[in-house]
Design a protein around this ligand. Structure first.
Ligand SMILES: [Zn+2]
Length: 251
């Protein structure tokens, strides 16, 4: 109560004529403090930035940075769908993402030529590839293994060449495929470079866990709120907001 009363007194004093200069100074100082706080939050370092830089620049670092799993982690339902550096994590705020819409999935950077590093289905489900999709597939999982009451989806993208002319998706799943049942571990395609716009990326596969709409269709996977933290599904710490140790290992 005393704090509020004191603050109120200071505020009234500042409002009086003659104290305008002090008011201005305090407002500027408060503004600078707010700017610094928001700026620090906004520009928070990516927990994987340094190691991703090493992975990309120095191929001799790759053995020590790679996560290679041939089966799901103990007590986790999903198989990590590709091998490489699990290097741009879920909920990372850094560019090109923002605190308002952080990275909605996990990127796995493979060690190999473009179009040669395999991508497998994380879990059993029904695969759809829309007619316009050059590099992506989405798999419907009718019962979320962590919450049987709901349906979820797993989404995989960047499986095409830079210009989109060559798709690296398995020939079993041509554009227009709908609801084709696949088992966990089915080969979906290979890591690539396609983003759908002019932006250049290092070769990887982007994987995300996507929520269903009330009508059973998948939500827009590029919006963070429409996705789930993949960590418990894979048994790995994949949320950039948590204490991350690299390379990621079964927990
Ligand atoms: Zn991504």
């Amino acid at each position: 109560m005393l704090v509020v009363r004191t603050a109120w007194r200071i505020f009234r004093w500042l409002l009086r004529r003659g104290n305008r200069r002090w008011s201005l100074l305090i407002i500027i100082l408060l503004g600078m403090g707010l700017f610094a706080t928001v700026g620090r939050w906004w520009l928070r370092d990516s927990p994987t930035q340094a190691d991703l830089g090493r992975w990309l620049r120095d191929p001799s670092s790759r053995d020590s940075l790679e996560t290679h799993l041939t089966a799901p982690c103990p007590n986790a339902p999903f198989l990590l769908p590709s091998q490489g550096f699990v290097g741009f994590l879920y909920n990372d705020h850094t560019p090109p993402y923002t605190p308002v819409n952080p990275h909605p999935g996990v990127d796995i950077f493979g060690n190999g030529e473009v179009g040669t590093v395999p991508v497998y289905a994380a879990y059993d489900g029904y695969l759809t590839r829309l007619p316009s999709w050059k590099s992506a597939v989405i798999i419907r999982i009718p019962h979320d293994p962590l919450d049987e009451s709901r349906q979820i989806w797993t989404y995989y993208t960047h499986m095409a060449s830079l210009d989109g002319a060559a798709s690296f998706i398995s020939a079993e799943f041509p554009a227009g495929t709908s609801e084709k049942f696949v088992k966990q571990g089915t080969l979906l395609g290979y890591q690539g470079l396609y983003t759908g716009n002019a932006s250049r990326i290092a070769m990887h596969v982007h994987v995300s866990v996507v929520l269903s709409d009330a009508d059973g269709s998948f939500r827009n996977e590029s919006i963070f709120e429409n996705t789930l933290d993949p960590s418990p599904y894979f048994g790995l710490t994949l949320n950039a907001a948590n204490a991350v140790t690299l390379p990621v290992r079964c927990r």
